[in-house]
Each structure stands twice: as C-alpha cells, then as structure tokens.
Design a protein around this ligand. Sequence first.
Ligand code: PGA
Length: 256
Amino acid sequence: MAKAKKSFLIVGNWKMNPETAEEARSVFSAVARLAAKHKGQSVVVAPPAAFIASLSKKGSPLSVAVQDVSHEASGAFTGSVSAKQAKSAGASYAIIGHSERRAVGDTDELVAKKASRALEAGLRIVLCVGETERDEHAQYLRNVRGQVLSVLSAIDKKEAKDIAIAYEPVWAIGKSYDTAPSPLDIHEMVIYIRKVAAEALGKKLGLAIPVLYGGSVDSKNAKDFLSNAGIDGLLVGRQSLDPKAFGSIIEYAASI
Ligand code: PGA
C-alpha cells in the first residue's frame, strides 16, 4: 500500500499588507484557487484584521487567521480586536506572540493571556516562539523554553489539539532568503520544542503538537525545509503575498 502523504499546515502572514481591500481580494482568490487543488494540505492566510470579514467564506479551501488578538475579552480597549470578534468575522486561526508583537510589548504573560482568549473563542492558534539571537551560553534555548511553557502551562489540556507552534528565529525574519537556518538547525530546535511541549502537556499531547518553521521561507528553500527539517508546516511572510511563490510552496507540500 502506498504511504499516506503528509498533510502540512501552510500559513501565510500578510502583516500590514496589501494596501487595499481590492488587492487583498485578488491575492486571496488566487491563493484559494491553489489551495482548492491541494485539499490534503491545510492552507491558511492571515490578512490584516480589517479585511477578514470580506475575505472569509464558509467552506472555502483557504482558512483565515487573525494576526493578533486582545488579551481582554471586551471593553474599553480602543483599537484592539477581540478573539471572539475575529472568530465572528470569519477567522478560524489566530497567530499569537509573533515577534513583531513581542517587539512592541507583548510579554510572555500577555501572550499566554491572548492564547487563552483565542482558544476560548474557538480559534486554533499558531504560537510563535524564537530567539532574537543565538548566544554561546545557549540562553536562547531557555528563552524559547520560557515562551513555550508560559502558554502551554496556562491552557487546559483539552485545548492542546488546537495549538501549533511556529519556530521563528527573529534573526531570520524578513532577511535575505539565504540567511535562513539550515534544515538541520531547524530540526534540532523542533526536537527541543517538542521536548518542552511534552514537559508541559505529557508525552502524548506534547509530541503531537504540530511545529512549523518561519523566517525567510521562499519558493526555493521551502522544499528542503518541508522534506528535511522535521516540521509539520511553514509560516511564510513576504512570499505569501505572491500567489505564484506561495502556490509553489503549497505544491511542494502536496508533493511530499
Ligand atoms: P518572512 O516573515 O517570511 O518575510 O521572513 C516571516 C514571519 O514574520 O512570519
């Protein structure tokens, strides 16, 4: 019997792009057409919150994520979007703890609250963790461990099935595509993250959490990462706005 193909989780993070709703619709529908061809893969895009309602459609082959949620459920928090609101606008995933949010003040404690709000609202979460730099004393491992544990030790074990962790070394985000770490380097961190997840949730649940890689993924290095880094998917920034490049990443995933 042929070996069942692996199903990857491929997430595109549009960040604060594109500028107009019209452009967003055009990128979204091009990616949705590609996702429809590869239904065995889970494909998600995270547009700016302002575009979620107009893009998401029930039954679409392309799921929608919100890029961040408030740590509060409702109230006087001007400019914030709650997890429930994102869910009601059509999001089914939330990116939580992205390094660009951590850079403007999201502490591990805040990230853990946001994760809880998102899970309570029925969203699946992609928890981003990753060091800003690698020091020779391996402090970076302790930092990543802290980022993982602060969330996993705050959740109900029943929610573990709705969590994916994206390892995104900050030094590799938004850089030239050849500065991304090697598949071997990524694989080591993936094993480490799974070990920490197992510490928090027990072996069965912890080792089952999907671990993605993100940081300067492009249509050239994606195949090597998907084949050789021991990952369950990718979190793609810039190249997710280019349907041709993002499409070839989805195709690679489907070919493995
Ligand atoms: P990049 O962004 O692919 O443009 O490096 C990744 C991310 O920030 O999630």
